[in-house]
Design a binder for this molecule. Structure first.
Ligand code: GBH
Length: 489
């Protein structure tokens, strides 16, 4: 088991950014108001059979109407920044410039203006999974034409909001889009093609990201002075036996296939990690294909993709153990292509989500791994948080212990390991629509009553904890904090 250091008392650097995060479909509701077009999550929910109890984001937290209340909640906590996402179909109902919906632009203008009035810095994500249905109908991310459509949408956002929004995220967690959306099909658009579509859709998404990055640099940066990146997520992969070279290599392979898939093109050389190219090419050959299922970038594309991130944006929740496992005679399959086996340890605490076991030390390790792999970038943790299943327990001690332990590991990464972490966004401001799990898993600092038409929000004890952390900008010598931290094995 990895060595654990004691709780660290200390302060975050001056100017450290504390925020909260949400995404459009998870909170806004108003799914068909003010000219909004239908997107793939509307379709996925409405067709039934895809989401817990067939719940939908039709109303969600009703933040489309209640966003001034949300801003008040953020002021009460004292956050410096808010990461939200823009819904493509509110601005472009069919995903293209054929029609621009002014009411959608007005909505985000008002949200952004009110944030700024409240002294809260906006960070906007362009794509948090809600692809216009009309673009799915032409193949979604399997169709290369989406590079241009996404670029048009990004340009409209920079033009409309870039005088006030200086922090842009193109894509949220493309790994989830490509693997869960096109590989297993448990997320919209529900396509289960594990050996091919994840690779082809990732290819389009990486090009789309790069193009939208360049559009910002070429057309807006000199006047708007903002920065653009892409948010990536993955479990920390801990070698099963850290003294076994094969397990160490297997854990690295897992990291390269998940994080490296996107980070290596953007932050290293415009191309996929070598080990990923090698694995997929070999598997493809064994399977009788005459070319790799992993597409290739041209030299021009590589040059265009390399360096298209102004900072590293990390969503981080949990850790997996990884060992080497050769998958003999495997069918085409993104996970089997990795030749690894992954699991989570029984002694790790549980949460409201079966995939999420709190492992604070893994958070510190992945932050360090990013610096080792990609250099001394500024890092923003654009999401971190934990779920519960209880609906109305405001005394959410497990969430407080999670935040205490994870932020303390981040403090060690900054003060002891010298990683340049600049900000942290708690996921999430509100209980919200947790994708295929509907409202059964709750990540909020605020409880939301989804049975009540008014969708009242009530602060949980974790919001008070977070508020104190922000006010102190770190940990002073209180026994409570160390006690909370010591609740992790
Ligand atoms: C983030 O994803 C998302 O950005 C955010 O929207 C979401 O609300 C938040 O985390 C909490 O989940 O058992 O096959 O359904 C985090 C990474 C990847 C974790 C997909 C959950 C579901 C696996 N997520 N995973 S499955």
């Amino acid at each position: 088991d990895p060595e654990r250091d004691a709780f660290l008392y200390g302060m975050f650097p001056e100017g450290f950014v504390w925020g909260t995060a949400t995404s459009a479909y998870q909170i806004e509701g108003a799914w068909d108001e003010d000219g909004k077009g239908v997107h793939i999550w509307d379709t996925f929910c409405h067709e039934g059979g895809n989401v817990h109890e067939n719940q939908t984001g039709d109303v969600a937290c009703d933040s489309y109407h209640k966003y001034p209340t949300d801003i008040e909640l953020m002021k009460d906590i004292g956050v410096h920044s808010y990461r939200f996402s823009i819904s493509w179909t509110r601005l472009m109902p069919d995903g293209t410039t054929a029609y621009i919906e002014q009411r959608g632009i007005d909505y985000y203008n008002s949200l952004i203006d009110k944030l700024i009035d409240a002294g809260i810095v906006p960070m906007a994500t362009l794509y948090h999974w809600d692809l216009p249905q009309a673009l799915q109908d032409i193949g979604g991310w399997e169709n290369e034409e989406l590079v241009e459509h996404f670029n048009d949408y990004a340009r409209l956002c920079y033009e409309s909001f870039g005088d006030r929004v200086k922090n842009w995220i193109t894509f949220n967690e493309p790994y989830v889009v490509t693997w869960l959306g096109y590989g297993t099909g448990v997320f919209a658009p529900g396509i289960a093609d594990p050996g091919f579509a994840p690779y082809t859709t990732a290819h389009t998404i990486i090009k789309s990201h790069a193009k939208a990055y360049h559009t910002y640099v070429d057309e807006f940066k000199s006047t708007q002075n903002g920065q653009v990146s892409i948010t990536l997520s993955c479990d920390w992969g801990e070698p099963g036996d850290p003294d076994n070279e094969e397990d160490v290599a297997a854990a690295d392979r897992y990291m390269q296939f998940t994080m490296g898939w996107y980070a290596h093109p953007v932050f290293v050389n415009g191309d996929y990690p070598e080990v990923m190219k090698w694995q997929v090419a070999n598997k493809s050959m064994e399977q009788g294909y005459n070319e790799s299922r992993l597409p290739e970038f041209t030299e021009d594309e590589k040059a265009f993709i390399k360096g298209t991130g102004d900072f590293f944006a990390l969503n981080q929740y949990t850790t997996s153990m990884v060992i080497d496992m050769y998958r003999e005679d495997s069918p085409p399959h993104y996970e089997l292509d990795q030749d690894v086996c992954r699991w989570q340890e029984d002694e790790w605490p549980t949460s409201g989500s079966d995939w999420l076991r709190p492992v604070p030390w893994g958070f510190r390790r992945i932050i360090n791994w990013i610096k080792k792999e990609y250099g001394d970038l500024e890092v923003y943790v654009t999401e971190n948080g934990v779920s519960t299943n209880d609906t109305d327990n405001l005394n959410d001690i497990s969430r407080i212990t999670f935040y205490a332990a994870y932020t303390n590991e981040m403090l060690k990464a900054i003060l002891e390991d010298g990683v340049n972490v600049k900000g942290y966004f708690a996921w999430s401001l509100l209980d919200n629509f947790e994708w295929a799990s509907g409202y059964s898993e709750r990540f909020g600092l605020h409880y939301v009553d989804f049975e009540n038409d008014e969708r009242p929000r009530t602060p949980k004890d974790s919001s008070k904890f977070y508020s104190d952390l922000i006010e102190n900008n770190g940990y002073q010598d209180t026994k409570r904090d160390a006690f909370l931290y010591d609740m992790f094995p």
